[in-house]
Write a protein that binds this ligand. Sequence first.
Ligand code: ADP
Ligand code: MG
Length: 430
Amino acid sequence: VNYAPFTLLPSTVPRALFEQAYAVQQDFNLLVDAISQNKEFLEHTLASTVKVDDFTARLFRIHVQVLEEGLAQSVFLGINRSDYMFDCGVDGTPALKQIEINTIAASFGGLTSRTAAVHGQVLKVLGKSEEVSRLLPNNPASGLASGIAKAWELYGSPSAVVMFLVEEIQRNIFDQRCIENELWNRNIRVIRRRFRDVFEKGSLDGARRLYMDGQEVAVVYYREGYVPKNYDQQNWEPRLLLERSRAVKCPDIATQLAGTKKVQQELSRPGTLERLLPGRPEAVARIRATFAGLYSLDMGEEGDKIAAMAIADPERFVLKPQREGGGNNLYGEELRQVLEKIRDSPERTSYILMDKIKPQPAPNYLLRAHSPLRVSECISELGIFGVYIRQGKEMVMNEAAGHLLRTKATEHADGGVAAGVAVLDTPFLV
Ligand code: ADP
Ligand code: MG
């Protein structure tokens, strides 16, 4: 057991951008939910990707299969985290730019519910009590649990349980326990199971109610299932079983697909947001203001042009495959080499290109078990948790549920706390 890594000091965050990120979260919730219900959009957007990316293809096949059978699920729970960096424009004014939105297993809401207290303590020791009073309260653990609890209630079977679907080896268990304990405090039973357990002991009854070890499951909260290594052949079967069930999946497979990087890239095309959110021009404007440049590498002239541009100037871009969890993106010289190799092959369509965001670094200490202590030049990534519930066609909950600030040394191009790069932080608004 190690402590979760954290910064010694809170990092400054421009207040206006922090507020902007909160203000757009309900719009993003609506958008993700709209995409998840739009079969044609998902099909069209992922068409080129599923041809070359086996993982996305398998997820997509389950999506199609459950739609063909007809959904048994009528309550939909989304828990997402929209991540941003503060891009320094040419004049030095920082702007809020979205890195990505995570629609499955968005983590660290539990642990980060405690980081403000840690930083409050550090500031007190340093004699900075005025600054302590300016740290914001933040409790995503409670916010996320409220969503799960509400979905459980709407499912309508008081004896049913919430099932956390977890990895074989779970390094981040304490983050999950924070949310789990919030549910126990609301008198909701929680069980923790792996795909393998579902394979061995999961079943559906005639009404496609999900049972595990004889207990009915109201909500399945995935903290696994978002990367290929989570699935051996045996795990695809239980995934399909869960998706076919009546239980509230957080997220259902369509919502997971809505969080792919290919979808993110398509959203930036002129007119797409307007089509997905008709009659909501203000939401569209708030969302679009957070977009960085995103580019398709689909075969054809548009893709050829952008591939050539990135090869000529790789420092301007990030090359992203359809993967989650950190450590998958390509930058700089490596980006150039890979893109050069695949530029004329359909393989390039499994990636998207994105403008590289360049935040202003600031010094901090990154505290990590068994690592020497030294000051680093750091940049931060702000995440806002979103929680929403739809019952049939009606939104019955739509909220921003707290934030996460992760900070890393500038020598790392990629990020992620679980990936061992970023550490937990607390925003100090300026
Ligand atoms: P993942 O699904 O692996 O988390 P992300 O899109 O969040 O993928 O990228 C991982 C990390 O790479 C981010 O946390 C961030 O540090 C860095 N990164 C991603 N996109 C950009 C970008 N456009 N500009 C600068 N850094 C980026
Ligand atoms: Mg990320």
